[in-house]
Design a protein around this ligand. Structure first.
Ligand code: 4AD
Length: 502
């Protein structure tokens, strides 16, 4: 399907030509006989210059008064302008207003997060949100491409399920015609049965966890892609995971460099994400957490946070004590935006300062057998510049379906992948217990009912094979790549424990 309008994305092929763009007014400023309109059309931003005399007078006047997000078409000649947003500019000769917007609530000034989430339907139009939507799209496309190109078959697993795949406490109940069922926490169990049909399979869909945690890493509805492979052992699974994640990063780097730059992502760090990733066992991590090296590391980190706090406070005082009377409106807006941003960073830094001693204490007192907590993962992840596989967790800390290591019965053949530089877990996976009796015993030990898992146990009765897989959270991956503090920014309509806004 083609439209009569040229897209901003294709302006590089249109320099010197007269084209018409259709979009929305993102921002504008006027200076006497010249107006600078930033137009967005869904494919990018373009500065359009309207000079009095080059357009009909009534159009010049109309353009001067339309508000942010008014929809319009603009016609003019394109020229390359490296200093301009997107690298091209239009010298406007004509324009047509489609629909006037007045009092658009989200101005280029900064707003509080609560306000923005309440206005998520509009906030999605902002440039940074647009960048995240584009990157999320690329990540999902790269995910599908990787599996489709590597011989995996897509399997659609159910959303309404009768058994728990992960902790029972985080199940969302559904009243299914009088029978209590749940929203799926993972497609894994159903996917395992499909792996026994097609060998290499994957599912990709929304998953639900009624987790009572309000952290930056948790949503109650998130998207997970899960591959499952028959005849695979742990080393092969780790190799699959590192090739998979590297392919996503490299696609985003090649398709979305401009968006990554706009979001302030660390492109240099992302360029390092190539196999092999680091491999640590859980026991290695316990040794790291309880070491003097970690103690020193955390003391240094506290110093850095205190320094950061001082610098932010100095800048806030500087901005607050400025004589605003002399400032132009756009400068006032810019300063107000910076202040909101600084205050929010300050609040986060203060939380880090407050948490540091507790995290240091937790790390130093860490006892083998406990699951790694968010702060432990953050410490390990901060010490590395590439993703880290943490393998062989204690059996008691992990899900019933994970295969016990036959060489060390205390641990399971599993892994978490931690994204580097403090981000933390993006993947959880394992080799699955393929022995019928052992699986029944794990189900019993975890207080689950074996009769609910009959069909799952059948897979161990009829031609059981070593197999395994993993799940990658899309929002966490996008947040890591785009350097977002909270994963709620990485899904168009976030669902969180305390609030569903729209
Ligand atoms: O480690 P998890 O719980 O693993 C499973 O669900 C396995 N059944 C997957 C498998 O082996 N097929 O979750 C996998 C990933 C996490 O690493 C994280 O990226 C994401 O799913 N995730 C969440 N993302 C956002 N909000 C939450 N509440 C999440 N819980 C897990």
């Amino acid at each position: 399907m083609s439209s009569n309008y040229t897209t901003i994305k294709s302006l590089s092929e249109n320099t010197g030509k007269q084209v018409t763009l259709a979009g929305w007014l993102y921002n504008s400023r006027a200076s006497g006989k010249i107006q600078f309109l930033i137009i967005r059309d869904g494919t990018g931003l373009c500065q359009c210059i309207v000079e009095k005399g080059n357009v009909p007078d009534e159009i010049f006047e109309q353009l001067k008064h339309i508000g942010q997000e008014s929809s319009l078409t603009v016609t003019g000649t394109i020229r390359a302008e490296p200093r301009s947003v997107g690298g091209y500019e239009m010298a406007v000769t004509d324009a047509k207003i489609i629909s006037v917007s007045e009092g658009y609530p989200i101005t280029p000034k900064s707003h509080g997060i609560d306000f923005l989430l309440k206005n998520r339907h509009l906030h999605l139009r902002s440039h940074l949100q647009w960048c995240i939507l584009k990157i999320r799209h690329t990540v999902i496309d790269a995910v599908r491409r990787f599996f489709n190109d590597n011989g995996f078959t897509l399997i659609d697993t159910p959303i309404i399920t009768s058994i728990a795949g992960e902790e029972e406490q985080s199940l969302f109940e559904v009243d299914y015609f009088g029978t209590p069922l749940h929203l799926t926490q993972t497609g894994q169990l159903h996917l395992e049965s499909a792996a026994m049909s097609c060998g290499k399979v994957y599912c990709f869909g929304p998953t639900f966890r009624a987790e009572k945690s309000k952290t930056r890493r948790h949503l109650t509805e998130f998207w997970m892609v899960e591959p499952e492979v028959a005849f695979i052992e742990l080393p092969g699974l780790l190799e699959l995971a590192e090739n998979f994640v590297s392919s996503i990063v490299s696609r985003v780097l090649s398709d979305n460099r401009a968006e990554l730059e706009a979001l302030g992502a660390n492109i240099e760090a992302l360029e390092k994400i190539t196999p092999p990733f680091y491999r640590l066992t859980y026991t290695d991590c316990v040794n790291i957490l309880t070491s003097d090296k970690t103690k020193d590391f955390l003391v240094n980190q506290l110093q850095e946070f205190l320094e950061e706090k001082k610098q932010i406070e100095t800048r806030i005082t500087e901005l607050e004590s400025q004589d605003t009377g002399k400032l132009k409106q756009w400068q006032k807006d810019k300063n107000a935006a910076e202040l909101i941003e600084l205050r929010s960073t300050l609040a986060e830094t203060e939380i880090k300062i407050e948490n540091n001693p507790r995290h240091a204490q937790l790390a130093a007192a860490f006892k083998w057998g406990k699951d790694l907590g968010g702060s432990d993962e953050t410490i390990i992840s901060l010490m590395h510049d590439k993703p880290i596989f943490v393998t062989h967790y204690p059996k008691q800390a992990k899900a019933f379906y994970m295969k016990t290591d036959r060489e060390n019965e205390d641990v399971v053949l599993n892994f978490d992948m931690l994204a580097p530089a403090g981000f933390g877990e993006i993947i959880g996976g394992s080799i699955r217990e393929d022995d019928y009796d052992r699986l029944v015993s794990r189900i019993n030990k975890q207080g689950l009912k074996p009769e609910n898992y009959e069909w799952y146990l059948d897979l161990r009765k009829y031609g059981s094979v070593p197999h395994g897989g993993f799940g990658l959270g899309i929002e966490r991956t996008v947040a890591w790549l785009t350097d977002q503090k909270h994963i709620r920014q990485c899904i168009p309509f976030p669902r969180m424990m305390d609030k569903v806004y729209i």
